[in-house]
Design a protein around this ligand. Structure first.
Ligand code: 5GP
Ligand code: ZN
Length: 114
């Protein structure tokens, strides 16, 4: 997707603060952090929203969670706790149409979320 923001970040056409990268995904610090730790875990393939995923994406989706756990440990929020968020479509609060898992931590999270 030529004009997708996160595809552009993946192609290094837009700079980002990379926290992790492998052949399947990359993770970078959110430009507008909502917590002391706010990292986006993003597949390298373009998938617009989580609703578009199916059984064929199972291992990729699991990998996103495992990498989020690894980053939580690296950032030392694993014991205190953290939140993983997938926003889908407008009412879900999705603003970038390329799936991304938010890793949020370093402060006490509120429930229910806004
Ligand atoms: P969403 O609202 O779609 O769930 O999350 C999109 C996230 O991407 C937001 O938290 C927003 O701050 C972040 N974001 C938007 N544009 C950029 C950018 O150019 N660089 C980085 N690092 N994050 C971005
Ligand atoms: Zn994309």
């Amino acid at each position: 997707m030529n004009d997708c923001l996160f595809c552009k970040i993946n192609r290094k056409q837009i700079p980002s603060s990379i926290a992790y990268e492998d052949e399947k995904l990359f993770a970078f610090h959110d430009i507008n952090p909502q917590a002391p730790v706010h990292i986006l875990i993003v597949p390298k393939i373009h998938i617009a929203k989580i609703y578009d995923t199916n059984q064929s994406h199972s291992s990729l989706l699991a990998h996103m969670i495992f990498i989020a756990n690894k980053l939580a440990q690296e950032k030392e929020i694993d014991q205190g706790g953290y939140r993983l968020v997938l926003n889908c479509n407008a009412d879900g609060g999705q603003s970038v149409d390329h799936i991304h898992l938010h890793l949020l931590g370093g402060r006490v999270m509120k429930w229910p979320p806004g």
